[in-house]
Design a binder for this molecule. Structure first.
Ligand SMILES: *Cc1c(COP(=O)(O)O)cnc(C)c1O
Length: 385
């Protein structure tokens, strides 16, 4: 009986190989996890620096909860603000080298906040075609005109700016590290175009924070760029930082404007004390423990090189996001099943996350992995290549 009419739709997804199911992890987020009773090598996590299970973060979360409670009890503007939230924002601003920062409960919310607050009907947002879904949704909700430029192409961006004509504000929006391909945005080129047209630039450093740059400050540090009033950096505390939540870092005027105007900030409960306390510890560690980044880069490099040597299609890059491009969905699912049999957790990525012809296995490594783990992944690809 399909009383909702939704079963038929789910069946359509099933028939197309696109139905998704949750897979239950039954252990803490280490390099190996228990998935539905089986020990598996985790190659799908965003826990890039291996901090999600770090005792110092857990201890900091515990201390924050003891002092401030389990919940933050309200919006920051009504009742939910604490000295802990402010301390985290100061610490993030210091790390990023910006005047100020503002935290959000999730990166999705931070992107929706930025797009909808900085852009409206009189404005144009120029968005990279591979930007994250939360940016796309933010663009839609903003009611601004949206112009999508070719992936990582400052030349096309400039043509799109010229074609769009006059606007009150122009906002260029890009992932710093693209989440499905692991490539780094051509930020210097984008900033050059932005300068010519007085545009704001928003860099989503969800996958770059903690990973790129000597101190893990992200895409700006990777290119040796300095903060400027119209450059806004957003990032998550849920990936390399190993916790949850997000931040926007930039000029004080931008942050104050968000506090006054951003609906996801105003109408949503402040991040919980536990998350804020753990994130504060995480930022400190991310900045200081450079060995984590060095080890991560070495693992990623070995995995990329090894896959290429075995004849797999792996785009250039240096980040811990390593896509193995397969093509159509059936073949991708078959490879995913073989990896699964070998105890490697690396789900297939398919539409709508990526275009239908570029289905892939997306492997990620973390600083908690060992070189032997990389060899174990390569062994599976060796037998299939
Ligand atoms: C994960 C991600 C987000 C969303 O962050 P959450 O904290 O998970 O909501 C935003 N942008 C990019 C590029 C991401 O990869």
């Amino acid at each position: 009986m399909d009383s909702t009419g939704l079963e038929a739709e789910l069946q359509n997804l099933e028939d197309a190989g696109l139905r998704r199911r949750l897979r239950r992890v039954e252990s803490a987020p280490g390099p190996e996890v228990t998935v539905e009773g089986r020990r598996m090598l985790m190659c799908a996590s965003n826990n890039y620096l291996g901090l999600a299970q770090d005792p110092r973060l857990i201890e900091a979360a515990h201390r924050a909860m003891i002092r401030y409670g389990a919940g933050s009890t309200g919006s920051r503007l009504i009742s939910g603000d604490t000295e802990l939230h402010e301390a985290l924002e100061k610490r993030i601003a210091r790390w990023k080298g910006t005047e100020a920062a503002l935290v959000f409960a999730t990166g999705y919310m931070a992107n929706v906040a930025l797009a909808t607050t900085l852009a409206g009907e009189e404005d144009v947002i120029f968005s990279d075609e591979w930007n994250h879904a939360s940016i796309i949704d933010g663009c839609r909700l903003s009611r601004a005109r949206v112009s999508v430029y070719r992936h990582a192409d400052p030349g096309d961006l400039e043509s799109k700016i010229i074609a769009a004509g006059p606007a009150r504000r122009r906002l260029i929006y890009t992932d710093g590290v693209f989440s499905m391909d692991g490539d780094v945005a051509p930020l210097p080129g984008l900033l050059e175009v932005a300068g010519k047209y007085d545009a704001f630039v928003v860099v989503d450093d969800a996958h770059a924070g903690g990973v790129l740059g000597k101190r893990g400050r992200g895409t700006m540090e990777y290119y040796g760029l300095s903060p400027a009033p119209r450059i806004i950096q957003m990032g998550t505390l849920s990936k390399a930082a190993g916790v949850e939540g997000a931040y926007v870092a930039g000029a004080k005027a931008v942050i104050d404007y968000l506090i006054n105007r951003a609906r996801p900030f105003i109408f949503s409960t402040a991040p919980s004390p536990a998350a804020v306390g753990a994130a504060l510890a995480a930022v400190e560690i991310m900045e200081q423990e450079q060995w984590r980044r060095d080890h991560l880069r070495a693992l990623a490099s070995r995995l990329r090189t090894g896959l290429r040597e075995r004849g797999w299609r792996v785009p250039e890059g240096s980040t811990p996001i390593i896509p193995v491009i397969i093509g159509e969905v059936g073949e991708t699912l078959r490879l995913a099943a073989r990896l699964d049999d070998a105890g490697i957790f690396a789900p297939a990525i398919r539409p709508p996350t990526v275009p239908p012809e570029s289905c892939r296995i997306r492997l990620t490594v973390t600083a908690a992995h060992r070189m032997e783990d990389v060899d174990r992944i390569l062994a599976v690809f060796a037998t299939e290549g």
